[in-house]
Design a protein around this ligand. Structure first.
Ligand code: IPM
Ligand code: MN
Length: 356
């Protein structure tokens, strides 16, 4: 089969990690008889420099016309002084909204070989850790009404947290469907002791849970959830939460694995379409040094094969190539420990491709 992938290399280490992910996809192509055609499009800082806009309309059009989107990372100090809605990061919000990517899957798993990288005590992650944060991505305070007004306390600014029942229902279904393929547990995280929007969230998630009698549902307030993630991370299987809570908790969850350079993500629509990107950012400080870890982007390409292109065997081949890489003692700079073999970004891509 031939697949059209819109590719956004982005800024910082983005182009370097993307080059390795496409290398590995090409290896998949030769082994399984597929062709991946890459349509390179601009977004983020590079797009600002070249077109004056962080998300050129051609990028959205090409993305919509493609089978999936693969993205490196956007942003960097060069654009940090631009006003809020002209910053490179704004491109991500635009892509999410324009493409209808309401479901963000952020797995946080500890690879056995990298268990010692976790900052948590060994007994807390004993036997591995495998959590997926399902974050609502196109609603809530990120996209609610915002503005400025005069108050008794002087000039003020506001952002509204608003969720419709339907927005909660569809993300809850994604979480429950995911749990059915995993350990059948969903933890919904909200702030229902204070927020009206959270009380609606909790009620709707509970209603949806009736469609999934096999899945065990519990609810946590976000402050407690943040604490439980480091106190008893094995409690969690699938976490479902709002846009802003998911932003915060997915960073926390990624950090307990100790190796953010390993974590992929998927942002999905109701159908199969999706955008895939590493959880780490553009890391401008190490761009061009060969220290970037391309494994998160390679694993993101694997998620693309699994969730959008329906190529499960090919996706398994990527996951197992990454495991072989780790098992053979190869490491990138960020996960290096004495006694292992440190490889550069391109050497890592070559090695993983050779294991396909
Ligand atoms: C993320 C990022 C983005 C977000 C920013 C860059 C807009 O932190 O993908 O988690 O807040 O969603
Ligand atoms: Mn974030």
């Amino acid at each position: 089969m031939e697949y059209n992938i819109a590719v956004i290399k982005g800024d910082g280490i983005g182009p370097e990690v993307i080059a390795e992910a496409t290398k590995v996809l090409d290896a998949i192509g030769s082994r399984f008889g597929h062709t991946f055609s890459y349509n390179y499009v601009l977004a983020g800082g590079e797009a600002i420099d070249e077109t004056g806009r962080c998300l050129p309309p051609e990028t959205v059009a090409t993305a919509k016309a493609s089978d999936a989107v693969l993205l490196g990372a956007v942003g960097g100090p060069k654009w940090d002084t631009l006003p809020g809605d002209e910053r490179p990061e704004r491109a991500l919000l635009g892509l999410r909204k324009e493409l209808g990517l309401f479901a963000n899957l952020r797995p946080a798993m500890v690879f056995d070989e990298l268990a010692e990288a976790s900052p948590l005590k060994a007994e807390l992650i004993d036997g591995g850790l495998d959590i997926v944060v399902v974050r609502e991505l196109t609603g809530g305070i990120y996209f609610g009404e915002k503005g400025f007004k005069e108050t008794e306390m002087g000039p003020a600014a506001y952002d509204v947290e608003l969720y419709s029942e339907e927005e909660v229902r569809r993300i809850a279904r994604v979480a429950f469907d995911m749990a059915m393929k995993r350990n059948k547990r969903v933890t919904s995280i909200d702030k229902a002791n204070v927020l009206e929007s959270s009380r609606l969230w909790r009620r709707v998630v509970t209603e949806v849970s009736a469609e999934y009698p096999e899945v065990e549902l519990d609810h946590m307030y976000v402050d407690n959830g943040a604490m439980q993630l480091v106190r008893n991370p094995k409690h969690f299987d699938v976490i479902v939460t709002s846009n802003i809570f998911g932003d915060i908790l997915s960073d926390e969850a990624s950090q307990i694995t100790g190796s953010i350079g390993m974590l992929p993500s998927a942002s999905l629509t109701n159908g199969n379409f999706g955008m895939y990107e590493p959880v780490h950012g553009s890391a401008p400080d190490i761009a061009g040094t060969g220290k970037a870890n391309p494994l998160a982007t390679i694993l993101s390409a694997g998620m693309m094969l699994r969730y959008t292109l329906g190529l499960a065997e090919e996706a398994d081949a990527i996951d197992s190539a990454v495991r072989k890489f780790l098992n053979a003692g190869y490491r990138t700079a960020d996960i290096y420990t004495p006694g292992t073999v440190s490889l550069t970004t391109t050497e890592t891509g070559d090695k993983v491709a050779s294991f396909i």
